[in-house]
Design a protein around this ligand. Sequence first.
Ligand SMILES: Cc1cc2nc3c(=O)[nH]c(=O)nc-3n(C[C@H](O)[C@H](O)[C@H](O)COP(=O)(O)O)c2cc1C
Length: 358
Amino acid sequence: MSKLFESFSLRNVTFRNRAFVSPMCQYSSKEGLPTDWHMVHLGSRAVGGFGLVMVEASAVSPEGRISPDDSGIWSPAHVDAFRPITRFIAEQGAIPAIQLAHAGRKASTAAPWLGGGPVDPGKGWLTLAPSALAFDKGYPEPQAMTEVQIKEVKEAFVQAARYSLEAGFKVIEIHMAHGYLLHEFLSPLSNHRGDGYGGSFEHRIRFPLEVVRAVRAVWPDDLPLLVRISATDWAEGGWSGDDSVQLARRLKTLEVDLVDCSTGGLVPYAKIPAGPGFQVPFSAKIRHEAGVATGAVGFITEAGHAEALLSTGEADVVFLARETLRDPYWALHAAQELEVDVPWPKQYERARRRHSWR
Ligand SMILES: Cc1cc2nc3c(=O)[nH]c(=O)nc-3n(C[C@H](O)[C@H](O)[C@H](O)COP(=O)(O)O)c2cc1C
């Protein structure tokens, strides 16, 4: 009677289990297009038994990329390139999902293995943010968005949602976390606007909610919409757990189906007490106080830990990131550990029982 391996439904989509692959930037795209790397990387985790496999933060427009090598979904060519990947993920019994993102003031940086940080002046692009406040020393000052630019970015999210549907995705997650554009609007530390998009809590949540409303309007009623938030900035005067509960209530009324509860990323000086399950209390708080389904993420590596936090109602699903890089077949192995009988890919069936030859 495992909770981790109990199926889970949101709208008309049923996940075979509650172990989800968290979005992870691969810095391996060309002009935002997925490559063979993505087919193998995402495909392996679908083969590995997860309930949902989420494509990394995919920019809704070229300037919304964290790096020039980021994934994106802003043209019909992206639809064509993603289609075989979503088809393969679905054929393996996992649900294909995509995280839609705009990197805001944290855009125009180099891939980690090229040093990270802002790309050389002249090679990068002008970044957008609610206010002209750089993320950190050495980062360029972003342009404070005009109302026209706010509308354009919202429209880009809507168009990206349409492309995602055409590409075969069954779940969209809007990236409202980790200090990227929508989170920058939420937090008083990065949003110093004096117009209707800044200042009070209501004004700061306005643009992120406009994006959600507009995406929900074009995303089919029978398909789930998720939102990832940073439930705290881990910084004095920043976004808090209580703010997150208020936001989650609003997201629920806008027909968001699940809130994926991460933290941090907004300011470089945040003090983050990272460790096993350190973000789980935010998931539990939001689930109980806002009455919305949640996902827990962060240092979840053990089957028993995932099982326990789901059984105690701290989350509805778990998202795993780095552990799935260590073991793409984590879900199949977790089932064995929890003594749950789940099907293996027929091609791998002969390896399922370690001590049996047939
Ligand atoms: C290589 C890598 C890339 C990541 N890219 C993204 C991303 O595209 N979007 C996102 O929301 N989080 C991203 N994250 C954060 C993870 O989704 C996850 O929240 C975090 O790693 C904590 O989970 P873990 O302890 O299971 O790794 C990334 C993490 C890693 C390690």
